[in-house]
Design a protein around this ligand. Structure first.
Ligand code: PGA
Length: 250
C-alpha cells in the first residue's frame, strides 16, 4: 500500500519572513495531528535552513527543487545532492518542465542528476509531461515514456523513486486533464515501470499528479487509480490550500 505524498513546489517564491509565516500556518493547521498523507515542502535553496529549522521533528519533510549531477567541483551557482542532504532534505524535484524550458535541461542531464540524488541518499522526484501540442498530436504516452526512458537512472536494489506526471499545459494554467486522461497516463507509467523494474519494485514507486491541483479538484484527482499524491505549485503557497489538498487524501 503506497502512502500518498503531497509535495509543495514553492518555485522561486518566498523570503525568510513569508516562508516562516507559511510554515507556521502549516504547523498550526496540523495542530500536532498526524496528516493523512506524507507532507513535503520544497522551498528555494536559500530558505532550506530557515524552513528546515521550523519543521524539524514535525511530519513535514524537506526537499530541494534541483541539484547538480556531479558530486562537487567547479560549477558556479549550482548545488550538489550532498549539500541538499546535509541541509536536511529527503527529496529533490528533478527535470521539472520549468527547468527543462528555462535551462534547456534534457533527459540525459535529468538522469545524471537523479543518479547523483540517489547516491547522496535523496529520493528523486522525476517530472515528466507533455506539451499542449504533443497532446493535441496524440503523442502524450509516447512523450511520457520517452522522458521516463531518458530521465531515470539505471535501476538498482532498494532504489527509492517518485515520478511526477505534470502536463506542461496544466501547470499554473488553472486547466487540468480529465480524470480519465490522468488515469490513462498514470496507468501507462505504472506499466512502463513494471516492465523496467519488475512488479514489486514498480508497485513501490509513487506517481504524483501535478498541474493546477487545488482544494476544489484534489479529492477527485487523488481518487484516480495510480495517483499516489500531488506536486503542488501555486496552491502550496497558502497554508490553508495546501492542507486542504492534504486532507483530500483521507
Ligand atoms: P501548479 O504547479 O500547481 O501551480 O500548476 C505545479 C508544478 O509546477 O509543480
Amino acid at each position: 500500500m503506497r502512502r500518498k505524498l503531497i509535495a509543495g513546489n514553492w518555485k522561486m517564491n518566498g523570503l525568510r519572513a513569508s516562508a516562516t509565516h507559511l510554515v507556521q500556518g502549516l504547523l498550526e493547521g496540523l495542530a500536532g495531528a498526524e496528516p493523512p498523507c506524507e507532507l513535503l515542502v520544497c522551498p528555494p535553496a536559500c530558505l532550506l535552513e530557515t524552513v528546515g529549522g521550523l519543521i524539524a521533528g514535525t511530519p513535514v519533510a524537506l526537499g530541494g527543487q534541483d541539484c547538480h549531477g556531479a558530486e562537487a567541483g567547479a560549477h558556479t551557482g549550482d548545488i550538489s545532492a550532498a549539500m541538499l542532504k546535509d541541509a536536511g532534505c529527503a527529496y529533490v524535484i528533478l527535470g521539472h518542465s520549468e527547468r527543462r524550458s528555462d535551462h534547456g535541461e534534457a533527459d540525459d542531464l535529468v538522469r545524471a542528476k537523479a543518479g547523483a540524488a540517489l547516491a547522496a541518499g535523496l529520493t528523486p522526484i522525476v517530472c515528466v509531461g507533455e506539451t499542449a501540442a504533443q497532446r493535441d498530436g496524440g503523442r502524450t504516452l509516447a512523450v511520457v515514456e520517452e522522458q521516463l526512458a531518458g530521465s531515470l537512472p539505471e535501476p538498482g536494489p532498494g532504489q527509492a523513486l517518485v515520478i511526477a506526471y505534470e502536463p506542461v499545459w496544466a501547470i499554473g494554467s488553472g486547466r487540468t486533464p480529465s480524470n480519465e486522461e490522468v488515469g490513462e497516463v498514470h496507468a501507462a507509467v505504472r506499466r512502463w515501470l513494471e516492465a523496467r523494474l519488475g512488479g514489486e519494485a514498480a508497485a513501490a514507486v509513487r506517481i504524483l499528479y501535478g498541474g493546477s491541483m487545488k482544494p476544489g479538484n484534489a479529492a477527485e484527482l487523488l481518487a484516480v487509480p495510480d495517483v499516489d499524491g500531488g506536486l503542488i505549485g501555486g496552491a502550496s503557497l497558502k497554508a490553508e490550500d495546501f492542507l486542504a489538498i492534504a486532507r483530500a487524501c483521507a
